[in-house]
Design a protein around this ligand. Structure first.
Ligand SMILES: NC(=O)c1ccc[n+]([C@@H]2O[C@H](COP(=O)([O-])OP(=O)(O)OC[C@H]3O[C@@H](n4cnc5c(N)ncnc54)[C@H](O)[C@@H]3O)[C@@H](O)[C@H]2O)c1
Length: 358
């Protein structure tokens, strides 16, 4: 009897992480569940952060210098999970060493760095994906489909809110402008902004204006809150950012993001208004005119549990993009547009005038 040909072994992606802190742990948890991924190395300036993760995921190779890791290990792909200031240098180094990159949000400190990252990906013919996950949420997909199907008509306005009443991180370097590029706008505003911009159909931003305010984070506080005792002495970012973006198609977007703001409660949502209908993200609903009435439409059921885990979808999408050429849901070009909007709001706040975005 003819011998059965052995099934081809699935290609395994050899993945390394640069940065082994909080979000790197989440990346590793998802990678570790994938049979076609092998975690091969970690790089972090903190040996303590690496030791714990290396033991948990049985990773033999740990480096305090990511350039040495890239040279010695030559991974197929890298997750960049460092503070924002390292996103561009670590990504460019990884791409230059022949690795595909999934870089955490925000893409970079500014659009100039983001552009350089895209240039490096093109030059070295490697894939570059941004770690945006909220676009993969079922409720974002529901609204995006409604926009694409024309149910909202021409989208004219979006309102983006990522507001914490008192949620200044008391870990990491989130209060350091030199290492992060900014505060709540670039750290949490970016999450809801990317999801909104994606749902709107990624129109090109052409102008930005805004203001940023710091009144609390840089002072000692004894107010009871979830994350007390942040490092107020090194706090150089804003507490609250507000901004307006104008798009090439004439639509306007308003954004509010805060680590600390005197409001009733935290808000994490967006709304889109079009000429024929509108939508809210949380809870997801559409508002339109039908049967001679104003009607509200909400999905009767949306996937939950693992099927709705947008982080899992983001990680799997990256691996399948690299291994099998599946289209990425979070291309670097989207990251660059988001970065331009963030830059524009910060620059406008500094200069006190509207900024043209190129
Ligand atoms: N997608 C999300 O939902 C999400 C959530 C949290 C954080 N993030 C992003 O992930 C990034 C990291 O955030 P975090 O919460 O994990 O922070 P963190 O402070 O927990 O971890 C950052 C790690 O980077 C390491 N690091 C610093 N400089 C380094 C260098 N030169 N080389 C190698 N490692 C270095 C630190 O030692 C630390 O272990 C940020 O850009 C943040 O915006 C994304």
């Amino acid at each position: 009897m003819a011998k059965k040909a052995a099934a081809p072994r699935p290609k395994r992606l050899r993945v390394a992480l640069i940065g082994a802190g909080g979000i790197a742990g989440t990346h590793m948890r998802y990678y570790a569940k994938m049979e076609d991924v092998e975690l091969v190395a970690l790089a972090d300036i903190s040996e303590a952060s690496m030791a714990q993760r290396a033991e948990e995921y049985k990773i033999a190779d740990c480096f305090t210098d990511y350039r040495e890791m890239l040279e010695k290990i030559r991974p197929d792909a890298v997750s960049v999970c460092t503070p924002n200031g390292l996103h561009a240098p670590a990504t460019v180094a990884a791409l230059s060493a022949g690795a595909h990159v999934l870089v955490e949000k925000p893409m970079a400190m500014n659009a100039r760095e983001a552009q350089a990252m895209i240039g490096a990906a093109r030059k070295h013919r490697r894939k570059l994906v941004i770690g945006f996950q909220h676009r993969f949420e079922p409720k974002t997909q529901f609204i995006k489909k409604a926009v694409e199907a024309g149910q909202l008509g021409e989208v004219v306005y979006a309102r983006v809110q990522a507001l914490r009443r008192r949620g200044i991180p008391n870990w990491g370097v989130f209060g350091r402008k030199d290492l992060q590029g900014g505060g709540p706008l670039i750290d949490i505003g970016v999450h809801v902004l990317e999801a909104t911009h994606y749902a709107m159909g990624t129109p090109r931003p052409v102008a930005a204006s805004g203001g940023i305010f710091t009144y609390l984070g840089d002072k000692r506080s004894s107010v009871v809150s979830q994350w007390p005792n942040w490092d107020y002495k090194t706090y150089t970012v804003e507490d609250l950012a507000v901004g307006q973006i104008r798009f090439e198609n004439g639509a306007v977007l308003h954004l509010e993001a805060s680590f600390a703001a005197h409001l009733e409660k935290d808000v994490w949502t967006f709304q889109i208004m079009g000429e024929k209908g509108g939508a809210t993200w949380d809870p997801p609903a559409l508002f339109c005119d039908d049967l001679g009435h104003m009607v509200n439409v909400s999905p009767g059921w949306l996937p939950r549990d693992s099927a709705a885990d947008c982080f899992a979808i983001k990680m799997r999408n990256f691996v399948e993009h690299v291994l099998h050429g599946k289209p990425t849901g979070a291309p670097a070009e989207h990251g660059l547009m988001v970065q331009k909007m963030l830059d524009g709001i910060y620059e406008s706040a500094e200069k006190g005038r509207e900024i043209r975005l190129r």
